[in-house]
Design a protein around this ligand. Structure first.
Ligand SMILES: [Zn+2]
Ligand SMILES: [Zn+2]
Length: 285
C-alpha cells in the first residue's frame, strides 16, 4: 500500500512561514491499495488538496474512514471537490458508535449560518450505509475482497476509532488523536492499544505535546512525544510517524523534538525508526 500525507497538523489549520516544511493542514491521509482503491483517513483541511488530485486523476470511487468528529477532522469536507461531482461515489464509515451520527455531523457543519452551500447541494453519491458493528471498517473493506481493516477505540474525549490497514503482510496503524496517559470514559486501556499496534510496520501516532505542555493539557485528549515512544517501543512497531503536531509547534521546534526522540530511542537500545510526519510525505509498505 502507498500512504500519502495531506495533513498532519493537530487541532487547527496552521499556515505560515514557520510551518512550511511539516505543513499546516489538519488530518487527512490517503492510502492507495494495490488494486488502486483509494481509502481516505479523515477529512481535515488537507482533504481539499487531496480532492484536487483525485479529480485530476479521475479517481472518483472512494472510501472514507473517519476517526472522530472533532472539527479538525471534518472541516475539509465542504471543500472536497469530488463531493460536488455526480460521477463520484463516496462510502463513509466511522466507528460502530459513530455510524448513525456521522451523516448528522457532516450535514450540521454545512448548515446555515456555518456554510453557504447546503449539504444537499453536493452531487456525489454519499453512502453512509455502513452498519457493521464490529469491527467497523473491517466489514466494509474485507467484503469487497480486498485488504483487511480493523478498528480500535481511541482514548480521546467523546471517543472515536483508530484503524489498521493490512495488505501483503504489511500493516499501517493510524491513531491520530489518542491520549495514552489519561483514561477517558469508555475508552480502552493502554494494553489494548499495545495489542492492536503490535509489530506494525508503520504507526502514525498523536504526539502533540511536550512534557511541559502536558502539565496544563492533561485530559485534553492528546499524547506527549514520550508517550508515543512508549507505545511504539512496547508494541515493537518498526516505524513511528509522530502526528497531530501542535498548532504552536514551528518547523524548527519539530526538528528539535524529533532529534530528542531519536536520542531517547538510541539510549534505550530501541530499533524503532522515528520521524515527524510531514505534508506530502509518501511511504510505501
Ligand atoms: Zn485532532
Ligand atoms: Zn480529536
Amino acid at each position: 500500500m502507498k500512504i500519502k500525507i495531506w495533513g498532519c497538523r493537530g487541532s487547527l489549520t496552521t499556515p505560515g512561514k514557520e510551518t512550511l516544511r511539516y505543513g499546516g493542514n489538519t488530518t487527512c491521509v490517503e492510502v492507495r491499495m494495490r488494486d488502486g482503491r483509494v481509502i481516505i483517513l479523515d477529512a481535515g483541511s488537507g482533504l481539499m488538496n487531496l480532492g484536487k488530485a483525485l479529480v485530476a486523476g479521475q479517481d472518483l470511487t472512494l472510501q472514507m474512514l473517519l476517526t472522530h468528529a472533532h472539527w479538525d477532522h471534518l472541516c475539509g469536507f465542504p471543500f472536497f471537490a469530488p463531493a460536488y461531482l455526480k460521477q463520484c461515489q463516496i462510502t463513509l464509515c466511522g466507528g460502530p458508535a459513530a455510524q448513525q451520527s456521522l451523516e448528522r455531523y457532516f450535514k450540521h457543519q454545512m448548515e446555515p449560518p456555518f456554510f453557504p452551500v447546503p449539504f444537499e447541494g453536493l452531487q456525489a453519491r454519499l453512502d453512509f450505509g455502513c452498519r457493521c458493528d464490529h469491527p467497523c471498517a473491517g466489514k466494509l473493506i474485507a467484503e469487497r475482497g480486498g485488504p483487511g481493516c480493523r478498528s480500535v477505540r481511541l482514548n480521546h474525549p467523546d471517543g472515536g476509532y483508530g484503524f489498521k490497514l493490512e495488505e501483503d503482510g504489511k500493516s499501517f496503524v493510524f491513531l491520530p488523536d489518542n491520549e495514552l496517559r489519561f483514561h477517558h470514559a469508555n475508552c480502552p486501556e493502554f494494553s489494548e492499544q499495545v495489542d492492536f499496534c503490535r509489530g506494525a510496520d508503520l504507526l502514525f501516532h498523536d504526539a502533540q505535546y511536550t512534557e511541559a505542555d502536558y502539565q496544563r493539557t492533561r485530559g485534553w485528549g492528546h499524547s506527549t512525544y514520550g508517550d508515543a515512544l512508549r507505545l511504539a517501543t512496547t508494541a515493537r512497531v518498526k516505524r513511528l510517524g509522530l502526528f497531530h503536531h501542535d498548532p504552536a509547534r514551528t518547523d524548527d521546534d519539530l526538528d528539535r523534538q524529533i532529534e530528542s526522540c531519536r536520542r531517547q530511542l538510541r539510549e534505550a537500545g530501541s530499533t524503532v525508526d522515528c520521524f515527524a510526519c510531514a505534508e506530502e510525505m509518501v511511504i510505501e509498505l
